[in-house]
Design a protein. Structure first.
Length: 166
């Protein structure tokens, strides 16, 4: 079965910029990190990666710098520019909106296909999800350190509930 490809416009650029914001990367390191962030569902090939990096360089979002020699060759390392940092914010907001819309659209279908819920049950569950969106928005409005700690506590709580259900 063929793995799904990322299909949201701007996703590759956002993944690349997010990783370069953390630290400069080589093309190979970027491909590795994109594969990790997509849970192994997509690893850009060199034929996709390097032309896209050249386009991002032409837009002024990234810049190449040479690193030390590795096996007799200089490796190109890419770093983010101030323009790239601004693009992260613009693209991130749009992609989050698209992902939210896709989840809202697909959740009722998943509930029907996977669990055979009735229309009434799906409406009830979707109402509960809407209430949880308010919680999510509240968490994302927190300062970064508090948000990270809260998300980690929620994951720990979910593990506890999973253990109780076994």
């Amino acid at each position: 079965m063929k793995k799904p490809q990322p299909f949201i416009k701007g996703m590759f650029e956002l993944l690349t910029l997010v990783e370069l914001k953390r630290a400069p990367h080589s093309g190979k390191d970027l491909a590795d990190d994109i594969a990790f962030l997509t849970d192994g569902h997509w690893r850009p090939s060199p034929g996709t990666l390097y032309p896209a990096l050249r386009q991002m360089e032409a837009k002024g979002c990234i810049r190449p710098v040479l690193s030390n020699e590795i096996k007799g060759r200089r490796e190109i390392i890419y770093e983010i520019t101030p323009s790239g940092l601004k693009r992260i914010e613009r693209n991130r907001t749009e992609i989050i909106k698209q992902l939210d819309g896709m989840m809202r659209m697909m959740t009722p279908l998943m509930l029907r296909l996977m669990h055979e819920f009735s229309d009434e049950e799906i409406r009830e569950i979707m109402g509960e999800f809407k209430e949880l969106e308010g919680l999510r928005d509240h968490i994302f409005a927190m300062p970064a350190a508090k948000r990270r700690a809260t998300i980690k506590r929620l994951v720990k709580s979910a593990r506890f509930v999973k253990g109780v259900l076994r």
